[in-house]
Design a binder for this molecule. Structure first.
Ligand SMILES: [Zn+2]
Ligand SMILES: [Zn+2]
Length: 253
């Protein structure tokens, strides 16, 4: 009985982990590299797939995410940065990332200012802006497939892991790790493995319009691998073939 319980919990956690990874791919490729930075343009069918994934697995409104993130780049680790460990301490950013995010995401003026190229569309108004509907559908489906208890556990596991990893990029990847380029973000390969490349955050702040986050030999950016795969099938167009640096490499790096 106890063995069965543990096995079912492990299966539910594995399902939650896979959902987080799918959400991470849509976050880094669509929300971050495509929408916020225009580093890659995705085909309309792929945009739709990503939008549905974001709605069902994160509840994020893309234009809000892009606005918060662009503000982060505009004021990195300054007083106006929405989630700066240099200003607030990394523990506070790690634990309160959602609160910090919502402060800017819910501010219509800020969203209009930083994401004026991403207006609310009709489909947003009637479907994608209803975050609880998307997340509720996912949770309900998991409960049907895995049973009520294990389905709820899988959904909770996914939500906590997704939020923790997103927070880690803002908190840990601005505090611990290597800084080969002259900016306050850091590179952490272990975090990059868990976030489809987002952990190579120092590289990203160095070349924000690059669709590729891996800049040095030995670095692995799973998101870039998937973009190249999409490119091969005609579903992605990359802006720069070689990354353009916004901040220089450190002398000793
Ligand atoms: Zn950053
Ligand atoms: Zn960025």
């Amino acid at each position: 009985m106890a063995r069965e319980l543990v096995l079912n919990l492990v299966i539910a956690a594995a399902v939650g982990f896979v959902l987080t990874q799918i959400a991470n791919v849509a976050t880094t490729v669509y929300l971050h590299r495509s929408l916020a930075h225009r580093a890659v343009t995705l085909s309309p069918p792929l945009v739709w797939v990503c939008r549905v994934v974001i709605w069902l697995l994160t509840g994020i409104r893309p234009r809000q995410w892009a606005a918060v993130h662009r503000k982060h780049h505009a004021f990195t680790d300054e007083a106006q940065d929405p989630h700066s460990p240099a200003q607030l301490g990394w523990v506070r950013v790690q634990l309160l990332n959602v609160v910090l995010y919502r402060r800017v995401a819910r501010d219509r003026e800020q969203v209009a200012k930083f994401a004026r190229d991403l207006p609310q569309t009709t489909i947003d108004r009637y479907l994608f802006d209803h975050a609880l509907l998307g997340l509720g559908l996912t949770t309900g489906l998991l409960m049907v497939v895995l049973g009520v208890g294990y389905g709820a556990f899988a959904a909770a596991f996914h939500f906590v892991l997704y939020l923790s990893l997103s927070a880690a990029v803002n908190a840990i990847a601005h505090t611990f790790g290597k800084r080969p380029y002259e900016n306050s973000a850091t590179n952490l390969q272990w975090l990059a493995w868990l976030t489809s490349g987002e952990g190579l955050h120092n590289n990203h702040h160095a070349a924000p319009t690059s669709a590729q986050f891996s800049l040095d030999p030995g670095q692995v950016d799973p998101g870039w691998f998937l973009i190249r795969l999409a490119q091969r099938f005609g579903h992605a167009t990359v802006r720069h073939s070689t990354p353009i640096l916004a901040t220089p490499r450190r002398m000793n790096a």
